[in-house]
Design a protein around this ligand. Structure first.
Ligand SMILES: [Zn+2]
Length: 470
Protein backbone atom coordinates (compact mmCIF):
# COMPACT_ATOMS: atom_id res chain seq x y z
CA UNK A 1 0.00 0.00 0.00
CA UNK A 2 2.88 2.36 0.76
CA UNK A 3 4.18 1.92 -2.81
CA UNK A 4 0.72 2.52 -4.22
CA UNK A 5 0.25 5.62 -2.10
CA UNK A 6 3.56 7.00 -3.29
CA UNK A 7 2.53 6.67 -6.93
CA UNK A 8 -1.04 7.88 -6.38
CA UNK A 9 0.35 10.74 -4.31
CA UNK A 10 2.55 11.91 -7.19
CA UNK A 11 -0.40 11.62 -9.58
CA UNK A 12 -2.50 13.58 -7.05
CA UNK A 13 0.03 16.39 -7.26
CA UNK A 14 -0.36 16.78 -11.03
CA UNK A 15 -2.09 20.16 -11.18
CA UNK A 16 -2.02 21.49 -14.73
CA UNK A 17 -2.10 25.18 -15.51
CA UNK A 18 -5.47 26.92 -15.42
CA UNK A 19 -6.43 28.58 -18.65
CA UNK A 20 -9.38 30.73 -19.57
CA UNK A 21 -10.89 27.73 -21.38
CA UNK A 22 -10.36 25.45 -18.36
CA UNK A 23 -7.50 23.22 -17.34
CA UNK A 24 -4.70 22.24 -19.66
CA UNK A 25 -5.12 18.49 -20.10
CA UNK A 26 -1.80 17.76 -21.82
CA UNK A 27 -0.01 16.19 -18.88
CA UNK A 28 -2.95 14.05 -17.67
CA UNK A 29 -3.36 12.73 -21.23
CA UNK A 30 0.31 11.86 -21.68
CA UNK A 31 0.22 10.14 -18.29
CA UNK A 32 -2.86 8.10 -19.22
CA UNK A 33 -1.15 7.05 -22.43
CA UNK A 34 2.00 6.06 -20.52
CA UNK A 35 -0.02 3.99 -18.03
CA UNK A 36 -1.66 2.22 -20.97
CA UNK A 37 1.78 1.29 -22.29
CA UNK A 38 2.59 -0.39 -18.96
CA UNK A 39 -0.79 -2.14 -18.76
CA UNK A 40 -0.28 -3.65 -22.22
CA UNK A 41 3.37 -4.54 -21.67
CA UNK A 42 4.56 -2.24 -24.42
CA UNK A 43 8.10 -0.83 -24.24
CA UNK A 44 8.58 1.45 -21.26
CA UNK A 45 10.78 3.86 -23.19
CA UNK A 46 9.66 5.02 -26.59
CA UNK A 47 11.32 7.54 -28.90
CA UNK A 48 10.03 11.10 -29.18
CA UNK A 49 8.91 10.44 -32.76
CA UNK A 50 6.62 7.59 -31.61
CA UNK A 51 5.23 9.56 -28.66
CA UNK A 52 4.61 12.51 -30.94
CA UNK A 53 2.69 10.49 -33.50
CA UNK A 54 0.51 8.57 -31.04
CA UNK A 55 -0.11 11.23 -28.36
CA UNK A 56 -0.42 14.15 -30.82
CA UNK A 57 -3.85 13.11 -32.16
CA UNK A 58 -5.03 12.45 -28.57
CA UNK A 59 -4.13 16.03 -27.61
CA UNK A 60 -6.04 17.33 -30.63
CA UNK A 61 -9.12 15.28 -29.88
CA UNK A 62 -9.30 15.41 -26.08
CA UNK A 63 -7.23 18.42 -24.97
CA UNK A 64 -8.34 20.90 -27.61
CA UNK A 65 -4.81 21.34 -28.97
CA UNK A 66 -5.07 22.51 -32.62
CA UNK A 67 -1.51 21.43 -33.48
CA UNK A 68 -1.46 18.11 -31.64
CA UNK A 69 1.99 16.96 -32.78
CA UNK A 70 3.67 20.16 -31.72
CA UNK A 71 1.66 20.31 -28.49
CA UNK A 72 3.21 17.02 -27.29
CA UNK A 73 6.41 18.94 -26.63
CA UNK A 74 4.93 20.61 -23.57
CA UNK A 75 3.87 17.55 -21.50
CA UNK A 76 6.78 15.50 -22.86
CA UNK A 77 9.05 17.91 -21.03
CA UNK A 78 6.89 19.16 -18.15
CA UNK A 79 5.72 15.79 -16.82
CA UNK A 80 9.31 15.15 -15.71
CA UNK A 81 8.74 17.71 -12.95
CA UNK A 82 6.05 15.46 -11.48
CA UNK A 83 8.63 12.63 -11.33
CA UNK A 84 6.21 10.53 -13.36
CA UNK A 85 8.11 10.68 -16.63
CA UNK A 86 11.73 10.42 -17.67
CA UNK A 87 13.44 11.70 -20.81
CA UNK A 88 16.68 9.78 -21.39
CA UNK A 89 19.81 11.93 -21.18
CA UNK A 90 17.65 15.01 -20.87
CA UNK A 91 20.55 16.95 -19.37
CA UNK A 92 22.32 16.78 -22.74
CA UNK A 93 19.49 18.42 -24.68
CA UNK A 94 19.97 22.12 -25.52
CA UNK A 95 17.13 24.21 -24.11
CA UNK A 96 15.55 27.43 -25.36
CA UNK A 97 17.04 30.74 -24.30
CA UNK A 98 14.70 30.89 -21.31
CA UNK A 99 16.13 27.48 -20.40
CA UNK A 100 12.67 26.06 -20.10
CA UNK A 101 12.52 23.23 -22.63
CA UNK A 102 14.11 21.96 -25.82
CA UNK A 103 12.72 23.14 -29.15
CA UNK A 104 10.76 20.91 -31.47
CA UNK A 105 13.65 20.70 -33.92
CA UNK A 106 16.05 19.61 -31.16
CA UNK A 107 13.69 16.79 -30.19
CA UNK A 108 13.15 15.83 -33.86
CA UNK A 109 16.93 15.72 -34.41
CA UNK A 110 17.91 13.89 -31.21
CA UNK A 111 14.75 11.76 -30.95
CA UNK A 112 15.30 10.92 -27.24
CA UNK A 113 13.67 7.95 -25.51
CA UNK A 114 11.14 8.68 -22.81
CA UNK A 115 8.64 6.90 -20.59
CA UNK A 116 7.47 6.22 -17.05
CA UNK A 117 10.19 5.80 -14.38
CA UNK A 118 11.15 2.12 -14.24
CA UNK A 119 9.75 1.36 -10.75
CA UNK A 120 6.40 2.93 -11.67
CA UNK A 121 6.25 1.04 -14.97
CA UNK A 122 7.05 -2.25 -13.22
CA UNK A 123 4.47 -1.63 -10.52
CA UNK A 124 1.71 -0.68 -12.96
CA UNK A 125 2.38 -3.53 -15.38
CA UNK A 126 2.16 -6.09 -12.55
CA UNK A 127 -0.65 -4.52 -10.53
CA UNK A 128 -3.67 -3.83 -12.70
CA UNK A 129 -5.76 -2.76 -9.70
CA UNK A 130 -3.26 -0.01 -9.07
CA UNK A 131 -3.27 0.91 -12.76
CA UNK A 132 -7.07 1.18 -12.72
CA UNK A 133 -6.90 3.30 -9.57
CA UNK A 134 -4.40 5.64 -11.26
CA UNK A 135 -6.47 5.86 -14.45
CA UNK A 136 -9.68 6.38 -12.45
CA UNK A 137 -8.09 9.21 -10.49
CA UNK A 138 -7.06 11.02 -13.67
CA UNK A 139 -10.48 10.52 -15.25
CA UNK A 140 -12.32 11.87 -12.20
CA UNK A 141 -10.11 14.91 -11.90
CA UNK A 142 -9.56 15.84 -15.54
CA UNK A 143 -11.99 14.06 -17.87
CA UNK A 144 -15.28 14.41 -16.07
CA UNK A 145 -17.75 13.96 -17.73
CA UNK A 146 -15.72 11.48 -19.74
CA UNK A 147 -15.54 12.02 -23.50
CA UNK A 148 -17.19 9.09 -25.30
CA UNK A 149 -14.16 7.83 -27.21
CA UNK A 150 -11.47 8.50 -24.62
CA UNK A 151 -11.01 5.01 -23.16
CA UNK A 152 -11.09 3.39 -26.61
CA UNK A 153 -8.55 5.86 -27.98
CA UNK A 154 -6.22 5.13 -25.06
CA UNK A 155 -6.78 1.36 -25.33
CA UNK A 156 -7.98 1.31 -21.71
CA UNK A 157 -11.49 -0.05 -22.26
CA UNK A 158 -10.65 -3.52 -20.95
CA UNK A 159 -8.93 -2.19 -17.84
CA UNK A 160 -11.87 0.09 -16.96
CA UNK A 161 -14.90 -2.13 -17.56
CA UNK A 162 -16.59 -1.38 -14.21
CA UNK A 163 -17.81 1.85 -12.62
CA UNK A 164 -14.91 4.29 -12.11
CA UNK A 165 -15.71 4.67 -8.39
CA UNK A 166 -15.05 0.95 -7.85
CA UNK A 167 -11.39 1.40 -8.86
CA UNK A 168 -10.67 4.30 -6.52
CA UNK A 169 -9.46 3.87 -2.96
CA UNK A 170 -10.68 4.29 -0.27
CA UNK A 171 -13.85 2.38 -1.06
CA UNK A 172 -17.14 3.55 0.34
CA UNK A 173 -17.74 2.01 3.76
CA UNK A 174 -14.08 1.72 4.80
CA UNK A 175 -13.77 2.17 8.58
CA UNK A 176 -10.98 3.75 10.64
CA UNK A 177 -10.51 4.28 14.36
CA UNK A 178 -9.13 7.81 14.04
CA UNK A 179 -8.02 10.42 11.52
CA UNK A 180 -4.38 9.40 11.82
CA UNK A 181 -5.23 5.88 10.67
CA UNK A 182 -6.83 7.28 7.50
CA UNK A 183 -3.79 9.44 6.82
CA UNK A 184 -1.46 6.48 7.41
CA UNK A 185 -3.12 4.66 4.53
CA UNK A 186 -4.21 7.44 2.17
CA UNK A 187 -2.11 10.43 3.16
CA UNK A 188 -3.57 13.89 3.56
CA UNK A 189 -3.83 16.18 6.55
CA UNK A 190 -4.69 14.62 9.92
CA UNK A 191 -6.55 17.53 11.49
CA UNK A 192 -8.27 19.80 8.97
CA UNK A 193 -11.98 19.28 8.31
CA UNK A 194 -11.83 20.08 4.60
CA UNK A 195 -8.71 18.76 2.93
CA UNK A 196 -7.68 16.42 0.11
CA UNK A 197 -6.25 12.93 0.52
CA UNK A 198 -2.89 12.31 -1.17
CA UNK A 199 -4.77 11.47 -4.37
CA UNK A 200 -5.75 15.12 -4.77
CA UNK A 201 -9.49 14.54 -4.30
CA UNK A 202 -11.14 16.78 -1.74
CA UNK A 203 -12.45 15.14 1.41
CA UNK A 204 -14.66 16.58 4.14
CA UNK A 205 -14.87 15.15 7.65
CA UNK A 206 -17.88 15.32 9.94
CA UNK A 207 -17.52 14.29 13.57
CA UNK A 208 -20.75 14.03 15.57
CA UNK A 209 -18.75 14.80 18.69
CA UNK A 210 -16.86 17.67 17.06
CA UNK A 211 -17.47 21.41 17.26
CA UNK A 212 -19.54 21.63 14.10
CA UNK A 213 -23.24 21.04 13.78
CA UNK A 214 -23.45 18.98 10.58
CA UNK A 215 -26.82 17.43 9.97
CA UNK A 216 -28.80 15.38 7.53
CA UNK A 217 -31.67 17.52 6.37
CA UNK A 218 -34.91 15.95 7.67
CA UNK A 219 -36.84 13.95 5.11
CA UNK A 220 -33.99 13.69 2.63
CA UNK A 221 -30.44 12.40 2.46
CA UNK A 222 -28.81 15.76 1.79
CA UNK A 223 -26.32 17.06 4.32
CA UNK A 224 -25.92 20.55 5.80
CA UNK A 225 -22.16 20.73 6.27
CA UNK A 226 -20.72 23.55 8.35
CA UNK A 227 -17.73 25.33 6.81
CA UNK A 228 -14.17 25.79 8.01
CA UNK A 229 -13.29 28.10 10.92
CA UNK A 230 -13.89 27.44 14.60
CA UNK A 231 -14.61 30.92 15.97
CA UNK A 232 -15.54 34.29 14.52
CA UNK A 233 -17.30 34.90 11.20
CA UNK A 234 -16.20 32.32 8.65
CA UNK A 235 -14.48 33.61 5.53
CA UNK A 236 -14.14 32.23 2.04
CA UNK A 237 -10.57 31.07 2.63
CA UNK A 238 -8.75 27.77 3.22
CA UNK A 239 -11.24 24.88 3.21
CA UNK A 240 -14.16 27.15 2.35
CA UNK A 241 -12.33 28.38 -0.74
CA UNK A 242 -11.77 24.79 -1.87
CA UNK A 243 -15.49 24.14 -1.34
CA UNK A 244 -16.46 27.22 -3.40
CA UNK A 245 -14.20 26.06 -6.21
CA UNK A 246 -15.76 22.58 -6.10
CA UNK A 247 -19.22 24.09 -6.15
CA UNK A 248 -18.41 26.29 -9.12
CA UNK A 249 -16.85 23.48 -11.12
CA UNK A 250 -19.29 20.81 -9.94
CA UNK A 251 -16.57 18.55 -8.64
CA UNK A 252 -17.47 15.71 -6.31
CA UNK A 253 -15.83 15.23 -2.92
CA UNK A 254 -15.68 12.48 -0.33
CA UNK A 255 -17.81 12.75 2.80
CA UNK A 256 -16.44 10.99 5.89
CA UNK A 257 -18.56 10.71 8.99
CA UNK A 258 -17.89 9.65 12.55
CA UNK A 259 -20.99 8.89 14.62
CA UNK A 260 -20.85 9.44 18.36
CA UNK A 261 -18.66 6.65 19.80
CA UNK A 262 -18.36 5.15 16.32
CA UNK A 263 -15.55 4.95 13.82
CA UNK A 264 -14.72 7.11 10.83
CA UNK A 265 -16.43 5.90 7.66
CA UNK A 266 -16.09 7.03 4.08
CA UNK A 267 -19.84 7.39 3.87
CA UNK A 268 -20.44 8.72 0.38
CA UNK A 269 -19.33 10.79 -2.56
CA UNK A 270 -21.15 14.10 -2.61
CA UNK A 271 -21.54 17.20 -4.71
CA UNK A 272 -22.20 20.74 -3.44
CA UNK A 273 -25.60 21.97 -4.58
CA UNK A 274 -25.74 25.20 -2.59
CA UNK A 275 -23.82 27.56 -0.35
CA UNK A 276 -25.67 29.21 2.50
CA UNK A 277 -24.82 31.33 5.51
CA UNK A 278 -26.42 31.23 8.93
CA UNK A 279 -25.73 32.09 12.52
CA UNK A 280 -24.08 29.47 14.65
CA UNK A 281 -22.12 29.23 17.84
CA UNK A 282 -18.34 29.21 17.48
CA UNK A 283 -15.99 27.27 19.71
CA UNK A 284 -15.58 30.42 21.80
CA UNK A 285 -19.30 30.22 22.67
CA UNK A 286 -20.16 33.35 20.68
CA UNK A 287 -22.60 33.65 17.81
CA UNK A 288 -20.95 34.04 14.43
CA UNK A 289 -21.86 33.77 10.74
CA UNK A 290 -20.95 30.39 9.33
CA UNK A 291 -21.14 28.79 5.92
CA UNK A 292 -23.38 25.83 5.32
CA UNK A 293 -22.49 23.73 2.31
CA UNK A 294 -25.41 21.66 1.10
CA UNK A 295 -24.05 18.28 0.03
CA UNK A 296 -26.03 15.91 -2.18
CA UNK A 297 -24.76 12.32 -1.91
CA UNK A 298 -23.94 10.64 -5.24
CA UNK A 299 -22.75 7.11 -5.89
CA UNK A 300 -19.86 8.15 -8.11
CA UNK A 301 -17.65 11.20 -8.63
CA UNK A 302 -18.30 10.95 -12.40
CA UNK A 303 -20.91 13.58 -13.19
CA UNK A 304 -22.63 11.60 -15.95
CA UNK A 305 -23.85 9.10 -13.31
CA UNK A 306 -25.56 11.66 -11.07
CA UNK A 307 -29.32 11.30 -10.58
CA UNK A 308 -31.64 13.78 -12.23
CA UNK A 309 -32.73 15.53 -9.03
CA UNK A 310 -29.09 16.32 -8.22
CA UNK A 311 -28.39 17.64 -11.72
CA UNK A 312 -31.56 19.76 -11.52
CA UNK A 313 -30.45 21.22 -8.20
CA UNK A 314 -27.04 22.00 -9.70
CA UNK A 315 -28.70 23.66 -12.69
CA UNK A 316 -30.87 25.76 -10.35
CA UNK A 317 -27.91 26.80 -8.26
CA UNK A 318 -26.58 30.19 -9.27
CA UNK A 319 -23.45 29.68 -7.19
CA UNK A 320 -24.39 32.67 -5.08
CA UNK A 321 -24.51 32.75 -1.32
CA UNK A 322 -27.97 32.17 0.15
CA UNK A 323 -27.95 34.22 3.29
CA UNK A 324 -30.13 32.95 6.14
CA UNK A 325 -28.36 35.25 8.60
CA UNK A 326 -30.35 38.36 7.61
CA UNK A 327 -33.89 37.38 8.62
CA UNK A 328 -32.90 35.07 11.41
CA UNK A 329 -30.70 36.98 13.80
CA UNK A 330 -30.22 35.52 17.28
CA UNK A 331 -31.49 37.84 20.03
CA UNK A 332 -28.06 38.04 21.66
CA UNK A 333 -26.57 39.43 18.43
CA UNK A 334 -29.49 41.68 17.55
CA UNK A 335 -29.26 43.77 20.70
CA UNK A 336 -32.09 46.29 21.08
CA UNK A 337 -31.00 49.82 20.35
CA UNK A 338 -33.93 52.03 21.36
CA UNK A 339 -36.60 51.25 23.88
CA UNK A 340 -36.31 47.61 24.95
CA UNK A 341 -40.02 46.92 24.51
CA UNK A 342 -40.53 48.42 21.10
CA UNK A 343 -37.53 46.77 19.54
CA UNK A 344 -38.40 43.40 21.08
CA UNK A 345 -41.82 43.60 19.47
CA UNK A 346 -40.33 44.69 16.14
CA UNK A 347 -37.89 41.84 16.28
CA UNK A 348 -40.70 39.43 17.09
CA UNK A 349 -42.72 40.72 14.15
CA UNK A 350 -39.81 40.29 11.79
CA UNK A 351 -39.01 36.78 12.97
CA UNK A 352 -42.69 35.83 12.77
CA UNK A 353 -42.88 37.17 9.22
CA UNK A 354 -39.78 35.18 8.23
CA UNK A 355 -41.25 32.06 9.81
CA UNK A 356 -44.52 32.53 7.91
CA UNK A 357 -42.76 33.12 4.61
CA UNK A 358 -40.85 29.89 5.10
CA UNK A 359 -43.94 28.00 6.23
CA UNK A 360 -45.85 29.24 3.17
CA UNK A 361 -43.34 27.45 0.95
CA UNK A 362 -44.69 24.10 2.07
CA UNK A 363 -46.58 23.58 -1.18
CA UNK A 364 -43.30 23.43 -3.07
CA UNK A 365 -41.70 20.04 -3.06
CA UNK A 366 -38.36 21.00 -4.58
CA UNK A 367 -35.44 19.74 -2.58
CA UNK A 368 -33.83 23.15 -2.47
CA UNK A 369 -37.00 24.57 -0.91
CA UNK A 370 -36.86 21.81 1.69
CA UNK A 371 -33.28 22.81 2.42
CA UNK A 372 -34.25 26.44 2.76
CA UNK A 373 -37.14 25.66 5.08
CA UNK A 374 -34.88 23.60 7.28
CA UNK A 375 -32.19 26.25 7.52
CA UNK A 376 -34.68 29.03 8.10
CA UNK A 377 -36.62 27.22 10.80
CA UNK A 378 -34.52 29.03 13.45
CA UNK A 379 -36.70 32.12 12.80
CA UNK A 380 -39.68 30.63 14.62
CA UNK A 381 -37.47 29.31 17.38
CA UNK A 382 -35.77 32.66 17.93
CA UNK A 383 -39.17 34.37 18.06
CA UNK A 384 -40.45 32.03 20.76
CA UNK A 385 -37.26 32.47 22.77
CA UNK A 386 -37.77 36.22 22.59
CA UNK A 387 -41.41 35.89 23.65
CA UNK A 388 -40.53 33.62 26.58
CA UNK A 389 -38.34 36.26 28.20
CA UNK A 390 -36.13 33.34 29.26
CA UNK A 391 -38.88 31.72 31.34
CA UNK A 392 -40.89 28.55 30.86
CA UNK A 393 -44.16 29.50 29.16
CA UNK A 394 -46.25 26.88 30.94
CA UNK A 395 -48.44 28.86 33.41
CA UNK A 396 -48.67 25.81 35.72
CA UNK A 397 -44.90 25.27 35.71
CA UNK A 398 -43.74 23.85 39.05
CA UNK A 399 -40.44 25.68 38.89
CA UNK A 400 -38.05 26.59 36.13
CA UNK A 401 -34.37 25.85 36.91
CA UNK A 402 -32.48 29.14 36.98
CA UNK A 403 -29.16 27.63 35.99
CA UNK A 404 -27.94 28.52 32.50
CA UNK A 405 -25.90 26.71 29.87
CA UNK A 406 -22.18 27.31 29.39
CA UNK A 407 -23.10 29.79 26.66
CA UNK A 408 -25.37 31.67 29.07
CA UNK A 409 -28.62 30.50 27.46
CA UNK A 410 -31.65 29.61 29.62
CA UNK A 411 -32.57 25.92 29.98
CA UNK A 412 -35.52 26.03 27.59
CA UNK A 413 -36.71 23.82 24.80
CA UNK A 414 -38.69 25.36 21.97
CA UNK A 415 -41.10 22.89 20.47
CA UNK A 416 -44.36 22.59 18.59
CA UNK A 417 -47.22 22.45 21.02
CA UNK A 418 -48.72 19.47 19.26
CA UNK A 419 -45.57 17.91 17.86
CA UNK A 420 -44.23 18.58 14.38
CA UNK A 421 -45.79 15.49 12.86
CA UNK A 422 -49.37 16.68 13.33
CA UNK A 423 -49.27 20.42 12.68
CA UNK A 424 -46.03 20.87 10.78
CA UNK A 425 -46.14 24.66 10.78
CA UNK A 426 -42.92 26.23 12.02
CA UNK A 427 -44.63 29.41 13.27
CA UNK A 428 -44.37 31.01 16.72
CA UNK A 429 -48.10 30.90 17.52
CA UNK A 430 -48.03 27.09 17.38
CA UNK A 431 -44.80 26.76 19.34
CA UNK A 432 -43.84 27.15 22.96
CA UNK A 433 -40.76 27.47 25.15
CA UNK A 434 -40.73 24.97 28.00
CA UNK A 435 -38.37 24.08 30.80
CA UNK A 436 -37.07 20.48 30.67
CA UNK A 437 -39.68 19.35 33.22
CA UNK A 438 -42.67 20.81 31.40
CA UNK A 439 -41.30 19.60 28.08
CA UNK A 440 -41.25 16.07 29.43
CA UNK A 441 -44.78 16.44 30.82
CA UNK A 442 -45.96 17.68 27.42
CA UNK A 443 -44.44 14.80 25.47
CA UNK A 444 -44.61 11.88 27.94
CA UNK A 445 -46.91 12.76 30.83
CA UNK A 446 -50.23 10.93 31.26
CA UNK A 447 -52.09 14.26 31.05
CA UNK A 448 -50.19 15.36 27.96
CA UNK A 449 -53.29 15.75 25.75
CA UNK A 450 -54.95 18.13 28.20
CA UNK A 451 -51.66 19.99 28.69
CA UNK A 452 -51.14 20.35 24.94
CA UNK A 453 -54.65 21.76 24.51
CA UNK A 454 -54.02 24.29 27.26
CA UNK A 455 -50.56 25.19 25.94
CA UNK A 456 -51.94 25.86 22.47
CA UNK A 457 -54.21 28.54 23.98
CA UNK A 458 -51.22 29.89 25.94
CA UNK A 459 -49.04 30.07 22.83
CA UNK A 460 -51.70 31.90 20.78
CA UNK A 461 -52.52 34.30 23.63
CA UNK A 462 -48.89 35.15 24.36
CA UNK A 463 -48.21 35.50 20.63
CA UNK A 464 -51.07 37.98 20.23
CA UNK A 465 -50.10 39.85 23.36
CA UNK A 466 -46.53 40.21 22.20
CA UNK A 467 -47.59 41.60 18.84
CA UNK A 468 -49.81 44.15 20.59
CA UNK A 469 -47.12 45.36 22.97
CA UNK A 470 -46.88 49.11 23.04
ZN1 LIG B 1 -41.83 24.61 33.23
Amino acid sequence: MADARDLIGRIGKVRPAQRSAGQSLHRPLLLLWAIAQAVHGRPREQPWSAVKHTVGPLLSEFAGAPQGHQAVLYPFWALQRNTLWEVAESADLPLTSQGRRPTLSVLDDMNPLAGLPKQDYDRLSKDLELAAWAVGNLLVRFFNPMPARLLAALDLEELMVGPIASYLRPLQGELYQHRGAIADVYGGNRVLGITPLADGLLTVYSDDKGPYDDQRIPGMDWIAYTGDGLSGDQTLSAGNRAMAEHQERRKALRYWHKPHRGRWTFETWAVIVQRRQRWGRGQDGLQRREFVWILAPVSSPMSDTWPREVVEALDQDDGQLHDDSIDVIPAEVDAPSKSERTSARQRYERLTAAAHRTAADRTHSSRLVQVERYLRSPAAREAVMLRSNDRCENPSCMGHPLERTDAGAPLLEVDHVNGLARTGQDVPELMIALCPNCHTLKTRGRERNTLQRDLLVVARTRHQAFLEKP
